[in-house]
Design a protein around this ligand. Sequence first.
Ligand code: NAP
Length: 641
Amino acid sequence: MADTTAAIEEKLKDAHLPALLAALVHLTGETDWLQDAWKPTYNPLSRGDTGIPEAEQAKIRARAALVIAAHLAGKAPAAVQPDVTTLRRQMDFVAGAAIPEGYVDFLMDELALAGTSSKDPQFEAPALKAAARKLKVLVVGAGMSGLLTGIRLKQAGVAFEIVDKNPDVGGTWFENTYPGCRVDNSNHMYSYSFEPNHAWPQHFSPQPELLKYFQGVAAKHDLKKHIRFETLVEQVAWDDRAQLWRATLKGKDGRTETVEANAVVTAVGQLNRPRYPEIEGIGTFEGPAFHSAEWRHDVDLKGKRVAVIGTGASAYQFVPEIAPEVAQLTVFQRSPPWGLPVPHYHEDVPEGMKWTLEHVPLYDKWYRFWLFWMTTEGFLPMVKSDPSWNGSPDAVGPENAMLREMATQSLKAQVADRPDLAAKVIPTYPIGGKRSVLDNGVWLAALKRDNVELVTDKVTRITPNGVQTADGRTHEVDVLIYGTGFQAANFLSFLKIKGRGARDLHETWGGDARAYLGMTHPGFPNLFTIYGPNTNIVVNGSIIFFSECSVRYIVGSLKLLAETGAVAMEPKLSVYEDFNKRVDDANAGWAWGSPNVSSWYKNDFGRVSQNWPFGLIDYWRATLKPEPGDFELERAVEPVG
Ligand code: NAP
């Protein structure tokens, strides 16, 4: 039965008003929905509140409900495409501030109102189609980036095979099943731009929902028939004469097989190999001991004495979940995480919001656009190092000091009744130096429990029955959990990669991984790495956006091969070196590059090998398409005789 206007009015109470008003412009062709007084105020921490008095909001909803009811009854158009001036007005309105002109093409592309974007493969020309059909691509990994690569290659008409060590798709969302695991990016943005999910149950949904989403996308695009599961790609080697890659695959049964491909795309992320700390005695613990990414669901924690080592993003999520069920929880902290207040971190998406996403044309796009713009710059300006800063070394500039103060006040307020904790949970490194966590109060509430102890003395040894600290105490426990992160700087450590002349990529890197735009490597033709060196983001954007840009560039690279008749491409050494110099110089200018900070963003040489040091827009522009002049293009070797 169709909803009554009154029922629609009720549902709209849950809608994000600025996005709804922008969507109504499409349904009515009228622009008086965009009144200045109804504009939200730009604030990356806000929920898009407009400050409109409730009585006026009710009038807006009543008028909107009539329009939407007419549309649902088939008496109004699905969507009007406004002129460019109106679109610009809509963007500024939803953003709550005038968007600088330089961002417009980037944002229009992300908004993709007509359903197409620069990220769609452009292989329509018959000659390109024919060339695409001759290619075969090997994709390593069936997680978020690998599935995306599969979808785009399929759309381009390029043959591909995806190989994954796991028995199912999902990558990190398949592997990390620890209690409380959830996304820390708004879900309506942390989803492929072309595959919205109107049914996200929460704004930051739990891991099973993310896994379900990626499984659903894989099914919708019929990808499983292209995926070889439970198979490890052990080695890829470029054959200089045949001008293609040969990959050695090892199945679950131990049998190996060699497959050939014109290009190899690695899509394994930066965070897929657990890191156990180098602590004396590790391995001697006699009870169950496991890493957060290899959670032992067979170990019942109820009534047990449990130790957790590490207080990063993973521990931050599982500690509050396990604290109520264990007898005693001892959390070993080396450095506390910074938290940014996000009260709705665990909240459900209201039913009216889901209904509006599903039924009001283009509302989903404008809502996503708002989320996207709020984090395009987001907190970036507040984590920039100011070279003239001569204040306290716990900040990198005046704006960073302001953000620090705001976050400190929020932390202090939560532990006002526990001065012992207050002294331990306020970080001494600059905010933005490491990944900040989203704070809705559950972390400190857990640490305040009677059965939880936060230990800040250095862990010196693991013993058969517990954890020893520098003060000489032994903390006896039954179960030991490592929340100690991943071997992030050890890019592709599981994979032997032999390029031109059998050159080894890991030897070339010498532990200091680099790439051009995170993706291509001199001496390693047609090798593309997604979420490779220097493509991680710290305080802004979503990594799905980065992967979409990378895949566009990779598919564009295949197109470049097809257009030029070349069979192989690799970046010029000078281009690669110049790019990496710019990256290193720029990374020094952010909180995470500060000498006072140590984190998984830096490798053993102290170089920031993980992070992208420029804006989202810069990655978007740099990856629109490969510049032919950046590459050595190699033509097919003529057969002898
Ligand atoms: P992490 O952020 O690297 O945290 C590791 C923790 O272990 C840190 O607190 C670290 O202390 C501590 N540690 C390491 N070695 C230690 C030792 N020998 N003794 C004592 N403590 C030690 O790892 P993670 O929490 O797994 O998160 C990694 C990344 O994954 C995050 O930054 C985030 O990008 C991503 N992630 C995302 C989500 C999400 O979106 N929902 C959830 C989890 C993780 P120090 O800080 O002093 O090094």
